[in-house]
Design a binder for this molecule. Structure first.
Ligand code: GLN
Length: 561
């Protein structure tokens, strides 16, 4: 029987449930177990694909094309394993299945109710994930915070599963202990309330991960133990640290892995975290060369705060590549809209070792990004374009090198929502605009019908690499599979014109003849991909394109010295 570890959060969101699950997974994997991880998001959306990144952070894409929560990305990076659609549950997904089954008489005339039928479906899905991969452990992260109405049915699923298999289910609460500035003392009361809320849902946590600014002291451990009904040994200190990759090592200081094994009646085993420890040592080593990367985007601002969540996989991929060379990454956020308002500001790009233009949607900020791309192309600053970044690099090249002044993407001329979009497209042709980035016929139909959810070109597709290209040099192989998430493509009608002026189409999808990678010659590094390489980068095996890019950034820096 697979052992299930449920992880829920207390007190507030954003305290690192996802990396906790990932870290527990890494520890158990290092002990030789086969580990699966599932994320449950308690919203009605069927997947994360329709949500604005500012609202929900990055939309991560799996090999099979599921648009999911960024935590799945963390699981993949820590477990070094591809996950797929079964690893992701939302309220919407669960209800959709239950309602579908009801419509097909799947409940034999019974009244179908939230309890027990929704938790039953959740359990069914968890069992399926576990069985398919023959998992020893299935980690389940319940999104939201305990005490909320939204995730109650999922807690109920955990309770029901534990009732049936008391020896096979562990419940972990990740809680937060604030240290209010005026008092200067770490407070345990919010955690006590969180545990009480869990108790009301019929669940007693076995382990409490105590997140805080500082490590937990003896007094706090005792207090949590006494008031929350867990052994002191099961209160795990989890202070703020500078790198998430340090968390598995920190957890092991409190013996978390073997505490979990004990709960499910298994003998303790040694963790083999040697490679991971080496990584953490590199991250903290002092003698490193700093590589300064600018990311030109727009999904940063939320009120007065800067949100980095929208590009988490890009950030991690930069870090992985830098760590592999023992460089220290310095990442700076550049808001493209500022280059539109203040043209002189573009000169700031000179100080960077490399520039990335990541994925994006819609017209806002686009002209600023195009200006940035022109600048780095002309000033020979290493450039990596990701998805939208590639599309805008093509537009920039078409406008400024091929002299197609009106080059653009038809994305900017299609209004969102059902109906009417095709007329807009037609009028675009009349305006003699050059859609160097265009929508495929099959996508046009979907948009016309207002079918937006899960209908982009999604997931892994084959990409054949050209000989003598930068891409091939980086990958050191001829065929790769990379993950996509976009509706628009390089328009093959303009391919010849672009190639004639020196753009290299260095990666092609053989089935559709779509261009997947472009390069610009006579430049130290100018490469952009229609896919998202960042989704496949792992801390211990960085992505080849990011590595090659960072290498070029380092060379630029060397030259300037
Ligand atoms: N908006 C572009 C498209 O839909 C690019 C999407 C992206 O960057 N992920 O094709």
């Amino acid at each position: 029987m697979t052992k299930y570890i449920f992880v829920a959060g207390g007190v507030m969101s954003g305290i690192g449930k996802g990396v906790t699950v990932s870290s527990i997974g890494r520890i158990l994997k290092s002990k030789g177990f086969n580990v699966q991880a599932v994320k449950i998001d308690p919203y009605i959306n069927v997947d994360a694909g329709t949500m604005n990144p500012i609202e929900h952070g990055e939309v991560f894409v799996t090999e099979d094309g599921t648009e999911c929560d960024q935590d799945i990305g963390n699981y993949e990076r820590f477990l070094d394993k591809n996950l797929n659609t079964e690893n992701y549950l939302t309220t919407g997904r669960v209800y959709q299945t239950v309602i579908g089954r009801e419509r097909n008489l799947g409940y034999n005339g019974k009244c179908v109710e939230v309890i027990p039928h929704i938790p039953q479906e959740v359990i069914l899905r968890l069992n399926k994930v576990a069985k398919k991969s023959n998992a020893d452990f299935c980690l389940v992260e319940i999104g939201g915070t305990v005490g909320e109405y939204q995730n109650l049915v999922f807690l109920e699923a955990a309770r029901m599963l534990r009732l049936r298999h008391p020896k096979d289910v562990v419940f972990v609460l990740v809680s937060y202990l604030p240290v209010p500035e005026m008092i200067g003392e770490m407070k345990t009361k919010p955690t006590q309330y969180a545990v009480r809320s869990l108790n009301m849902a019929g669940i007693q946590p076995d382990i409490i991960i105590a997140r805080s600014r500082y490590p937990l002291d003896k007094i706090r451990k005792e207090k949590i133990s006494t008031f929350c009904n867990v052994s002191e040994k099961d209160v795990i200190s989890a202070p703020d640290i500078s790198s998430i990759y340090e968390i598995p090592i920190n957890f092991e200081k409190d013996n978390l892995g073997n505490r979990i094994l004990k709960k499910v009646g298994l003998k303790g085993r040694q963790s083999k975290l040697g490679d991971w420890q080496k990584l953490v040592k590199t991250i903290h080593s002092r003698r490193q060369k700093v590589i300064k990367i600018g990311i030109v985007g727009k999904y940063f601002k939320t009120g007065n705060f800067t949100l980095l969540d929208s590009y988490v996989s890009v950030i991690e991929a930069i870090k992985h590549a830098c760590y592999s060379f023992n460089f220290k990454p310095e990442i700076v956020w550049l808001n493209s809209e500022e280059y539109e308002k203040n043209p002189k500001k573009i000169l700031e790009l000179k100080q960077f070792d490399g520039i990335i233009v990541p994925g994006g949607f819609g017209k806002r900020g686009v002209e600023g990004k195009i200006k940035a791309i022109k600048f780095v192309r002309e000033h020979k600053i290493p450039f990596l374009g990701l998805c939208f970044g590639m599309q805008l690099a093509v537009i920039e090249f078409a406008r400024n090198v091929c002299k197609l002044k009106n080059a653009t993407s038809s994305e900017f001329y299609i209004t969102q929502g059902k109906g009417g979009q095709l007329d807009k497209l037609k009028s675009l042709k009349n305006k003699t605009i050059e859609p160097v980035i265009d929508i495929m016929a099959s996508q046009k139909e979907k948009i016309k019908m207002g079918k937006y959810g899960g209908t982009m070109r999604l997931g892994a597709y084959q990409c054949k690499l050209e000989n003598k290209s930068l891409a091939k040099k980086a990958y050191k192989q001829s065929v790769v599979y990379e993950r996509h998430r976009h509706r628009y493509e390089l328009n093959n009608l303009y391919r010849q014109a672009l190639e004639d002026r020196g753009m290299k189409m260095s990666g092609i999808n053989p089935e559709t003849n779509l261009v997947e990678i472009i390069e610009v010659k006579n430049h130290p590094f100018f490469l952009a991909s229609q896919f998202h390489p960042e989704f496949k980068s792992r801390p211990l095996s960085p992505h080849p394109l990011f590595k090659e890019f960072i290498k070029a950034c380092s060379k630029k820096k060397q030259k300037e010295k």
